[in-house]
Ligand binder design. Structure first.
Ligand SMILES: Cc1cc2nc3c(=O)[nH]c(=O)nc-3n(C[C@H](O)[C@H](O)[C@H](O)COP(=O)(O)OP(=O)(O)OC[C@H]3O[C@@H](n4cnc5c(N)ncnc54)[C@H](O)[C@@H]3O)c2cc1C
Length: 482
């Protein structure tokens, strides 16, 4: 794999006449951008104020209102519900949990980490059954997760990954290798695959439909959602004054203020170094014809990923496109990002090259849309959920690239924490962890460029069919602090 796509390779990408770059995401192109709700009319007072209307904020409000209908809850959202990663992601509702198992185990023991993994599996089903019960149609199909390796080093890593995860809560029926000869599992023809693994604990979703549906349900339960309302600062309770979210429209005082701003957290006063905003990019093709699908298979609608260091994630959409994503231009100096999701041509070309390599029959299918979004990366790459009773402040996030399911677990956990319940959820090892912040600029930018380059270099070396993980990846991992 080459480090950068050349100009000729960029020109080679077939694009449809209606090709769009950005415009939030292809998922919102399918649904249409939602009509904006009213902004906060002025200073206000609530029991719980949630900052951020993505999955984390919406699930938190949902479970709180279900548990205690008389709670007065507001969600303050800078743009519109689902505008962030929740309306842009790859639609992997999977049991994958980011973060080092060993780190969590060092404070809570191995059993607690296994409990966390099992809770993630149940969360996949929780999202599916809740969506169904609440009448949210998010094109959900629980076809499982397929991981493929396309060179010997990836294969060795995949085998190791399966063995490793089976020690940490995935039992043999939860994640297993597929037979290289007979395949086993539904047919999914990935060119050059030398090994594959399957887990039943994953579903494909249409991300924006889930966000739109959740916002509608939460609102119907009596939660006030204020859009076009940017919070500039979150203040802790102090000297008898309640915690507050500060906006240009006025302050919202509340018993609890929950920060659910993930990749945007750096824009809040005093939070610049908490979570690094890393971007991830996607492309979606035009729908593939029946003959192509005949060749590829993918009847099971599994979510599909590989085991490269700069890994990709993909799904077959409900209208028969391939949507595929990966780390595009991962980090911008000063924690900046493009709000609307415009994606650099190099990232589009790189994603298309991977698509054409994995599915050569689809190489002629025009790309209809490209977009990007930001995820939140903590310094130790481990997600956290927390509520501080003294200050009234809570938060959840730092999910790295695996927040679709994790945000549901976070929402249920924050609900228990706010209501002062001690439950199996509040005892999970990601609750209450404190993580140090990222280095100041320019160190942060330089470090992320080096790590990104090393991972790509490792992928390039491994594609030369070496049978082991490149040392460059080890170095990158050590620099990144993973
Ligand atoms: C391209 C891409 C692909 C991904 N693919 C997957 C995947 O397939 N599976 C998976 O598990 N995870 C995936 N992720 C990660 C996953 O989407 C996120 O972890 C998850 O959506 C985070 O939800 P959230 O509610 O915490 O954050 P977000 O959805 O980002 O929501 C935060 C919200 O806060 C609002 N906000 C920010 N700042 C302020 C402020 N100051 N005041 C008021 N509101 C504010 C934003 O507008 C936004 O709506 C992907 C992410 C991206 C970007």
């Amino acid at each position: 794999m080459k480090l950068f796509a050349s100009a000729a390779e960029m020109r080679a990408v077939p694009r449809s006449a209606e090709f769009r770059n950005g415009a939030v995401s292809f998922w919102f192109r399918q649904t249409g951008l939602p009509e904006r709700r009213a902004a906060l009319p002025g200073a206000a007072d609530y029991d719980v104020c949630v900052v951020g209307g993505g999955y984390t904020g919406l699930w938190t409000a949902y479970y709180l209102k279900k548990a205690q209908p008389d709670l007065r809850i507001a969600i303050l959202e800078r743009e519109f519900a689902g505008f962030g990663a929740s309306g842009r992601n790859g639609g992997w509702l999977s049991a994958e949990f980011a973060g080092s198992r060993e780190r969590y185990a060092s404070s809570h023991g191995k059993g607690a980490v296994i409990a966390l993994q099992r809770a993630m599996m149940r969360s996949v089903d929780e999202v599916i059954t809740t969506a169904e019960a609440e009448g949210i149609d998010a094109d959900i199909v629980k076809g499982g997760m397929r991981l493929v390796a396309t060179n010997p080093a990836q294969q060795a890593r995949l085998l190791e990954e399966v063995r490793y995860l089976q020690e940490w809560g995935f039992w043999p029926e939860d994640l297993y290798l597929l037979d290289p000869v007979t395949g086993g599992g539904p047919r999914l023809q990935v060119d050059g695959a030398v090994a594959a693994a399957h887990s039943p604990h994953a579903a494909r979703i249409q991300p924006a439909k889930l966000a739109i549906g959740l916002a509608r349900v939460v609102e119907s339960l009596g939660v006030d959602i204020f859009e076009d309302t940017a919070v500039t600062e979150i203040r802790p309770a102090k000297d008898g004054a309640r915690a507050a979210a500060v906006t240009p429209h006025g302050e919202v005082g509340a018993e609890h203020v929950i920060r659910a701003t993930e990749g945007f957290t750096a824009s809040l006063q005093g939070r610049r170094r908490d979570w690094l905003p890393m971007s991830s990019s996607m492309i979606a093709t035009e729908p593939l014809g029946a003959e192509m699908w005949e060749h590829i298979g993918w009847e099971g609608r599994e979510v599909l990923g590989d085991t490269a260091h700069a890994y990709i994630y993909a799904q077959r959409t409900s209208d028969d496109r391939i949507a595929i994503g990966g780390r595009g231009a991962p980090y911008r100096f000063g924690s900046g990002h493009d709000d609307n999701g415009a994606t650099p041509p190099q990232a589009i070309a790189e994603l298309w090259r991977v698509l054409a390599r994995l599915f050569p029959v689809a190489a002629s299918v025009p790309v209809a849309h490209a977009w990007s979004g930001v995820l939140g990366v903590p310094r130790d790459w481990c997600p956290t959920v927390h509520l501080d009773r003294e200050t009234g402040l809570g938060w959840a996030g730092g999910y790295v690239g695996s927040g679709v399911t994790t945000s549901n677990l976070a929402g249920r956990t924050l609900c228990d924490l706010v209501l002062g319940r001690e439950t199996d959820l509040t005892r999970l090892p990601w609750v209450g962890r404190r993580v140090r912040g990222w280095e100041p600029e320019p160190l942060r930018w330089v470090g992320s460029q080096v790590v990104h380059g090393l991972y790509r270099g490792a992928d390039r070396r491994e594609s030369d069919r070496v049978s082991h993980t490149s040392r460059l990846a080890d170095i990158a991992g050590r620099i990144a602090g993973r």
